[in-house]
Design a protein around this ligand. Structure first.
Ligand code: ZN
Length: 231
């Protein structure tokens, strides 16, 4: 038989059993065996990264190809309505379409792999002043690192107190729970969110003025607070 065609490579690489003819050919043909091995490697790499995050949109031209394939399949279907004998053509077109989708999944996986690691912004908030701290203003941005770590970037513009320190908090919208992210040194800080905390449940970012009294709980003296707006 001749070399395997591209659609067959894609389907076999994604786990379909080769036919006995194809197996015989792959055993005998180094060129096809190598191409399949490379594609299988790409698929396995694509799969392992696909679980990390959502697949990014593949390039525009890939979608254009799918649209073209769908149109071709529809056209073939309409033809078949009058000429039933051509149903084989339809199944071949649909088969080709399925193979294209498989290739797209592969490309999307690779696309995901080759693009530079990105920090994703999840949410942000303007932190407004409490009456006891007029003129204060803060800002919080929640990001997710390429490794999946969630961090809160905080900036505060407020008059420094003579004593004590400032602490950054995440608070549930109904105020039923809060956690301390840590002490804010100076006017800016980056605070990792503990892995067991769902940032979508703790939507209030609060910066408090704390006394050096050894009490780890919130002083009740908030400087600024704001609710996260998710992207
Ligand atoms: Zn071959």
């Amino acid at each position: 038989m001749s070399h395997l065609d591209q659609d067959r490579f894609a389907l076999i690489a994604f786990g379909e059993e080769p036919t006995s003819d194809e197996t015989t050919h792959l055993d005998a043909c180094d060129e096809c065996a190598l191409e399949l091995a490379e594609l299988e490697h790409t698929v396995s790499v694509g799969r392992s990264t696909a679980t990390v995050g959502e697949l990014e949109a593949p390039p525009e031209r890939v979608w254009e190809r799918i649209v073209a394939d769908v149109s071709a399949a529809r056209a073939a279907e309409e033809t078949v309505a009058t000429v039933p004998a051509r149903s084989r053509t339809v199944s071949r077109v649909l088969f080709g379409l399925a193979a294209s989708l498989v290739v797209v999944l592969g490309i999307a996986g690779v696309w995901n792999l080759v693009r530079a690691p990105q920090v994703v912004e999840l949410a942000s908030a303007t932190l407004d002043a409490f009456p006891e701290h007029p003129g204060s203003l803060g800002h919080a941005t929640v990001i997710e690192s390429p490794e999946g770590e969630v961090e809160v970037l905080v900036a505060l513009d407020a008059d420094a107190a003579d004593v004590g320190y400032r602490e950054v908090w995440l608070i549930r919208s109904d105020a039923s729970a809060l956690i301390s992210l840590g002490v804010l040194e100076g006017s800016e800080g980056v605070f990792p969110v503990p892995a067991d905390i769902d940032i979508r449940e703790y939507v209030l970012v609060d910066i408090s003025q704390e006394d050096d009294d050894g009490d780890p709980s919130h002083s009740g003296d908030s400087i600024v607070r704001g609710e996260l707006d998710f992207v």
